[in-house]
Design a protein around this ligand. Structure first.
Ligand code: F6P
Length: 319
């Protein structure tokens, strides 16, 4: 393979730039030309495609976001948009693509695969919701951002003797809540994988109150059915303690990537390029047991995620 394209798609994640850098510099070191596609599949359809060189990716490893920009493309899901994307791949002579994104983005890569385009999928999402990889690019940074927020919130919650519901992202996956909650010593962690037992949440707060503890941090993953408002109201009514809500929102998606995210991004990015250089068929690249792994793209996306029961249990024991 001589000429490849790279794009970032879906929600941005810290470490995407480190992945782009690895793909661009890795490809050039293997003697390939590499083209950056702006705004994900949307830019592919529009032909927003430019050749990149080693200096195009200078000074970006430490930056959050994505220099290629990103989008959630509706047009790519329609027949006409998809056809235009294929035409652009042909017009620019791209023999393979590296797609950096979450589940939806990699599924878009599967569609291209079926149309004959080899695609290497890199797991770029803060959600950590891809079953084939232990970790996704951006997850570690996001967890650390949430952790730092929890520490700040704890200061004010304890001063005012309040309960605080902290809502975190993650779509239908509770990993951001679980990891940040466990590391931040949250009193309760609510994740979509497990039904909320509101009585036991209240009981825990009341037990704490009876032994003089008057502040609690409740981490609620956004995918949990009971809304933060509903939850806060029930907690306040049943425990008699003032309850506030903090929705952390997009701060979880920004910021300079952690060393862990930069390492993962660099390693999977380089593996993607090596595979394309060897004319491999489409693969999803990730990390398992601290080893960089790759699987058939479609098979990887068919894998099912199991809830991290031991981690959930540990969080319960320690809180
Ligand atoms: O997938 C990343 C993510 O931040 C999710 O955690 C969240 O549900 C979603 O994206 C928000 O999407 P948008 O950027 O479209 O608001």
């Amino acid at each position: 393979m001589k000429r490849i394209g790279v794009l970032t798609s879906g929600g941005d994640a810290p470490g995407m730039n480190a992945a782009i850098r690895a793909v661009v510099r890795g490809a050039i070191s293997e003697g390939m030309e590499v083209y950056g596609i702006q705004r994900g599949y949307e830019g592919l359809i529009n032909g927003e495609i430019n050749q990149m060189d080693v200096s195009s990716v200078a000074d970006i490893i430490q930056r959050g976001g994505t220099i290629l920009r990103t989008a959630r493309s509706e047009r790519f899901l329609q027949q006409e948009g998809f056809k235009r994307a294929l035409d652009m791949i042909e017009n620019f002579g791209l023999e393979g693509l590296v797609v950096i994104g979450g589940d939806g983005s990699l599924r878009g890569g599967c569609d291209l695969t079926k149309a004959g385009v080899p695609v290497m999928g890199l797991p770029g999402t803060i959600d950590n919701d891809l079953a084939y990889t232990d970790f996704t690019i951006g997850f570690d940074t996001s967890v650390n951002t949430v952790l730092s927020a929890i520490s700040n919130i704890r200061d004010t919650s304890s001063s005012h003797e309040r309960t605080t519901v902290v809502e975190v992202m993650g779509r239908n996956c509770g990993d951001i809540a679980l990891y940040a909650g466990l590391a931040g010593g949250a009193e309760t962690i609510l994740i979509p994988e497990i039904d909320v037992d509101i009585s036991s949440v209240c009981k825990k707060i009341i037990t704490g109150k009876n032994r003089g503890k008057v502040h609690s941090i409740i981490i609620r993953a956004e995918g949990v059915k009971m809304s933060s408002q509903e939850l806060a109201q029930v907690l306040e009514d049943r425990t008699g303690l003032e309850t506030k809500i903090v929705v952390l929102g997009y701060i979880q998606r920004g910021g300079s990537p952690t060393a862990r995210d930069r390492m993962l991004a660099s390693q999977v990015g380089y593996r993607a390029v090596k595979l394309l250089h060897e004319d491999s068929s489409s693969r999803a690249i990730g990390i398992s047991g601290n080893q960089i792994v790759d699987y058939d793209l479609q098979e990887a996306l068919n894998m099912k995620r199991l809830p991290e029961t031991s981690m959930i249990r540990l969080a319960e024991i320690l809180s």
